[in-house]
Design a protein around this ligand. Structure first.
Ligand code: ADP
Ligand code: MG
Length: 522
């Protein structure tokens, strides 16, 4: 029977969906399309189209075994997966063609069908999230674009240096035109904690740092609300390149500064200097481009700089506080340029990431801080990372100034007003609902008389969370559980705490429920 590539791929997707998280499925598999299915010698080849080479590397790195198993299951042992990487760059103005590359999926080493292969020029895989500096050389050539900027840019001391370009980023007294990159050295990958909220953006940023200008993420645009790590992440790319001496000139600039400098250049008749200056940058990072909105002249200048850099394989990294399409007053031709590359968003961090960030921050600052304080802050401050750090600093300052022990009561006292605003919405009913959903029992049962084992457990866990997460008295809590008295609540709380201490599985269950309550009470 003739099968269509779509039908076969759909069957594969159904299997894959059951084996990975929803988020991973959405990110890595949902966008892929099957484009071909053919019998070739003894093999049945299914070709799937990928939007970038990064996808290829990511799939091969993380989902190799799953894909292999799935293909075998659906197509039999003769089944083989092929990728077609199509990078859409079609653009009348520059005449860039769409770039297409075809690659077979890797085979296990002992199977016929060729040795395991990796892309020859690919550097360390993007999944390497250690953030440790590497000395990978930029590739010679890749299907995705020209190699990163030519060595020996005009400002190198080669003798044929053109007249110095007036620019505001020169470090006085250093070699001619040594540009101060304006980076904050503490914004590194090392210090950027990974979580579900930032995984895609972080991996892509790291891939770019390892092969600037030659991934298909050019430009790379990170967007998200305030305090979620945009500035940190885009600067991490710059710091990585500098640490590994992979670029001669890296420049970080806010869009406001870019605009101001441009306006001054106009006033002083130095627009061509301005323009030349930016064209010699190997990695140009512009932060908060939402401020370009409605600034037509600035956008026009940026557009030309963008084209010049992009065409010579230089990397452009941008950030914005919202998706570019939602920024009002950005020209269409710029928006279409942004689509050449990758946009990735940063979301509000989940509990585990908040905890990890606080732990890391305390460690970096050499502060000893109890886990329960860290968890307290992480549970209560949710909206963004800057506030999270702010809470920790505030607590530290308070403890130092008042010469007080940094313990949980102090943390509660200091952070009370910060927290009040975030916790108002959490009610006893809400906790009961989440817990009962988790244990799959009806909510009425925790308020009823029954002493069935699973109901008692759900009741005790609910009481425990009510005591932990609301300001209600034990008496009030008891009343919401079918009029039980406060000693029952104390007993429940004690029992749950004991089990948390002694039973790892149970502790995980509690954390999972806590996380669910968290999500509800946002
Ligand atoms: P934005 O530019 O999105 O407003 P920032 O990059 O200024 O946010 O981040 C705010 C603060 O939070 C900075 O101090 C930054 O170092 C820190 N931060 C953000 N994301 C992370 C992360 N994933 N891991 C560690 N620190 C982070
Ligand atoms: Mg910022």
């Amino acid at each position: 029977m003739e099968q269509s590539p779509e039908a076969v791929w759909k069957e594969c997707l159904d299997i894959i969906r059951d084996n990975i998280s929803r988020q991973s499925f959405k990110t890595w598999f949902a966008p892929l399309k099957a484009v071909n299915l053919e019998n070739d010698s003894d093999l049945i080849k299914l070709t799937v189209q990928l939007p970038s080479r990064f996808y290829y590397e990511w799939l091969e790195e993380h989902y190799f075994a799953l894909l292999r198993k799935t293909i075998t299951k659906v197509l039999g042992p003769q089944g083989r997966l092929f990728y077609e990487i199509v990078i859409e760059k079609g653009d009348a103005e520059t005449g860039y063609p769409n770039a297409t590359t075809q690659l077979p999926a890797r085979q296990p080493a002992n199977e016929p069908g060729g040795p395991p292969r990796r892309l020859p020029p690919s550097g360390p895989p993007p999944s390497d999230t250690s953030g440790a500096p590497r000395h990978s050389k930029p590739p010679q050539s890749t299907p995705a674009g020209p190699p990163f900027g030519p060595r020996g840019t005009p400002h190198s001391a080669t003798g044929n240096t053109p007249a110095p370009i007036a620019n505001p980023f020169v470090i006085p007294g250093l070699k001619p035109a040594q540009i101060d990159s304006q980076l904050n050295p503490s914004y590194t990958f090392e210090r950027f904690i990974e979580g579900d909220c930032n995984r895609l953006a972080r991996s892509a940023a790291l891939a770019i740092a390892q092969q600037p200008g030659s991934t298909s993420f050019n430009p790379f645009l990170v967007y998200g609300g305030v305090g979620l790590g945009k500035t940190h992440l885009i600067q991490a790319i710059g710091n990585y390149l500098k640490a590994n001496r992979m670029a001669e000139t890296v420049l970080y600039v806010s869009s406001e500064r870019f605009t101001t400098e441009f306006v001054q250049a106009i006033q002083h008749n130095r627009v061509s200097d301005f323009s030349l200056f930016y064209r010699q940058i190997d990695l140009l990072i512009i932060d908060d481009i939402q401020f370009f909105g409605r600034k037509e002249k600035t956008q026009e200048e940026f557009f030309h700089i963008f084209n010049a850099l992009h065409q010579s394989g230089k990397q452009i990294v941008l950030s914005a506080d919202r998706p570019p399409r939602d920024i009002s007053g950005i020209e269409e031709r710029l928006l279409s340029r942004f689509q050449w590359g990758l946009s990735a968003d940063l979301q509000t961090p989940e509990l585990e990431t908040r905890i990890a960030i606080l732990q890391r921050k305390a460690e970096d600052d050499g502060i000893e801080i109890d886990q329960d304080i860290i968890e307290f802050i992480a549970h209560n401050i949710k909206s963004n990372i800057r506030e999270l750090e702010g809470a920790l600093i505030r607590l530290l300052a308070y403890a130092t100034l008042r010469k007080r022990e940094m313990d949980l009561p102090l943390a509660k006292e200091v952070l009370r007003d910060l927290i009040k605003t975030t916790r108002v919405s959490l009610t006893i009913e809400e906790i009961q609902r989440v817990v009962c959903e988790y244990f799959v029992i009806s909510e009425d049962l925790v308020r009823a008389k029954t002493r069935k084992r699973e109901v008692v457990q759900a009741r005790q866990v609910s009481m425990f969370f009510c005591k932990q997460l609301t300001q209600h008295s034990l008496k009030t809590i008891g009343l919401h559980f079918g009029g039980r008295d406060h000693s029952t609540v104390i007993h429940a709380n004690q029992s749950v705490e004991n089990q948390i201490e002694t039973n790892v599985k149970f502790r995980e269950v509690i954390e999972e429920i806590r996380h669910k309550i968290e999500l509800r009470s946002r």
